[in-house]
Every structure is written in structure tokens, then in C-alpha cells.
Design a protein around this ligand. Sequence first.
Ligand SMILES: NC(=O)c1ccc[n+]([C@@H]2O[C@H](COP(=O)([O-])OP(=O)(O)OC[C@H]3O[C@@H](n4cnc5c(N)ncnc54)[C@H](O)[C@@H]3O)[C@@H](O)[C@H]2O)c1
Length: 381
Amino acid sequence: MLTWVDVRMPSIELDRSYLIYIDPDAGAEVRLADALQKRAQGGAIGVVTDETVAMLHWERIEAALRDRGMRVVSVVVPDGESSKTLSRAETVAENWVRGGLDRKSVVLALGGGVVGDLGGFVASVFLRGVPYVQVPTTLLAQVDSSVGGKTGVNLPSGKNLMGTFHQPLFVYADMSTLTTLSERDVSSGLAEIVKHGVIADPSLLALLEERAEDARKPIEEPVLLGELVRRSCTIKAQVVAADERETDVGQPGGGRARLNFGHTVGHALESASAHAHSAAGPLRHGEAVALGMLAAARIGVALGPGDPTLEARLEKLLPRLGLPIDLDRRLDAGVLERLNVDKKRSGARIHMVLVDRIGSTVITPVEPARLAEILLGSKPR
Ligand SMILES: NC(=O)c1ccc[n+]([C@@H]2O[C@H](COP(=O)([O-])OP(=O)(O)OC[C@H]3O[C@@H](n4cnc5c(N)ncnc54)[C@H](O)[C@@H]3O)[C@@H](O)[C@H]2O)c1
């Protein structure tokens, strides 16, 4: 059954509230096309997707759009993080201009977080900004990156260093797209659901603990997956609506910044793994977040306010979700050096998101050197 989550932004000048549709039924592309036709008001649709998603899911969506007489200009980018660049953004925009898109056009970003971040970014600056719709096709994108309006590309110096806040017209999660995901990408998305449970919803964490093995099976368990997506989006929507631009870091709980739980050390591990040569390749974003949550749990206890049960609880749950827990093996001085360039650093200190009890966060400013001391000092010898 089609359900939705309402993202209600406090009204500024424009009403920027929107719906996240979660559609687990066959024929979702028809309902997506209907929703798009209503909102596009005759404008052409500028699509961005990646090679894998184009091959697996674009044909049926394109057919549904063309059946309604909508004009479509699509651009397919290579898979993966290497497409999140300014030069790729230029290529996408150039193709849309040549295809005749104008200010009445609507952008459709069909894919995982890479395509969503890239497509949202180009939409926010194309002809000084056009509306866009997110159709997330990875679990990570459905529960996290498609919601909240953060768009962006990477720079050679680091991830997501150029970007905008641009909220979508709506988000359409067609749950059938998850059935073609690799096991590793399903697990990667589950990590962000764990995060949402840990920072804001003890009963969501308990549901994952109860049904961890089932949560890895989007084909057999579409109802469970739909429920996990809906509950995760509800949490993200509430946090984002209260602090869209992540300016409330000083507020109790940390505003939008609390969504960065697990991301400080996670980003450092992710970028270190991108430069290492391992047979498994670089860490997926969610895998890095899983390890980063373990690190944050340990740091929380060392600094005082952290929930002392959290690390052990995560160590039990994460492997059942197909996620790594080999934090100590991966930590070294090179990884911790990367904390120094974390963009969430303010002055000389990093704002660490800590969990004082499941469902509640505190932000603690801490020197990068102190983080390194805690993490390297706690490694088994
Ligand atoms: N904007 C935000 O708030 C936010 C939040 C979290 C993460 N992100 C960003 O999201 C990105 C990671 O997203 P991701 O994990 O979705 O990665 P991704 O977009 O690279 O997708 C992972 C892989 O899955 C493939 N894929 C996508 N959908 C598929 C499907 N249905 N079936 C089979 N294969 C499919 C893709 O082609 C790709 O190879 C990072 O760039 C990260 O910075 C953004």
C-alpha cells in the first residue's frame, strides 16, 4: 500500500513542504508519472541517472512518462562517486540545454545517493534553479540522501565540499528498485537505518535487532523494508524540518548535525579506504558509517556522556546486517590524520555527535588529537 511521510519545513517565504512517497506495489512507475505530470505542468523532464540504473529501471519509467506525452531529455553518467564532480555537473547541464530544457522544466534524479546529490546540485543552479524530484533506487538513498535537500559534488580536497540546499518537489521511493541491489548495497543502507534508530528511535533499533536477517531481503520482505524506510524517513524529516541548514549545533541534541552520528570517523575511514588497495575495494558509505558509529560509541564513553551499552549492542547487530565491525584493524595514524580535514570541524575542534542513551544525542566539541588518543589508546595490543 502506498504510504507517505510529510516533510514540513517551517514556512519561510515559499511553502517548501513536500511528500516522500513509499510505494511497495507493482506499477509504481505509473503513479510516479502521474505525480510528475501534475507537478511538471507541461514542462519537459530533464533526467539524470547512472549506467546501472539506466539499464535496470529507466526503460519502464521512461515508457510511463512518454505514455503521458511528457518530453524527456535524459543523461546517463558513469556509476559511482567519480561522477560527483563539477565537470560532470557541467556535462549534465550542457546536455539539458542542448535538449531544449528551459525554466519550466523539472529535473528527475533517478539513482542512488551519487545521482541524487549530482542531479539535485545541477537542478539548483541550472538556469538559476529549477525544481527536481528524487527517485532514490538504493536503500541508502531512500532512507537518507534523497531527503533533506543537501546536494553537492566533491572536490579533489574532499567529499561534498561544493553544494547547495535545494529541497525536492517530492521524493518517490519505488520499493521494487531495491530488488536489484547487491547484498552489500542493501547492508550499506541498513547502516543509516541503524543510525536513525540509535539517535532518535529506540523502537526502530529494537525492530532491526528482532528482524536483522529479514531486513537484508528486499525481495522476500518488501513490507518490512517499506516499514523501515517509512520510519527512517520520518526521523530524518523531523530533524531536517527543525534545522534545515544545520545551524542549531549549539541546541540540545545538536539539531540537524545529530544526523552526523558515526560520520566523523566514518568519513575518515571512507576516504582512507578509497586510497588503499584492498581486494574488497573502498568501503561503501554505510559500511564506513557502521564503523564510525562503533568509534563514536567508544569515544562517548571515554569522554563521559556516552551510553556504556551502545558499542556492545552495535557489535552484535551490525554483522547480522552484513556490516563490518573491524574498527581496530582499520584504525591507524593515517586514518586519524584525516580527521583534521573533516569539514565539520569548527575552529580547532570537531563537534562529535555522541549518544547518551539510545534515542538521544549530545554534541561535544573535542580536539582531533584527543580523538586519536582515545581510538589508538583503546586498540588491543
Ligand atoms: N545528500 C545527502 O544528504 C547524503 C546523505 C548520505 C549520503 N549521501 C551521498 O550518497 C552517496 C552514496 O549513495 P549510494 O550508496 O546510494 O551510492 P551510489 O549512488 O554510488 O550507488 C551505489 C551503486 O549501486 C548502483 N545502483 C543504484 N541503484 C541500484 C539498483 N536499484 N539496483 C542495482 N544497482 C543500483 C549504482 O549504480 C552504484 O553502482 C555518497 O556520494 C554520499 O556522499 C548524501
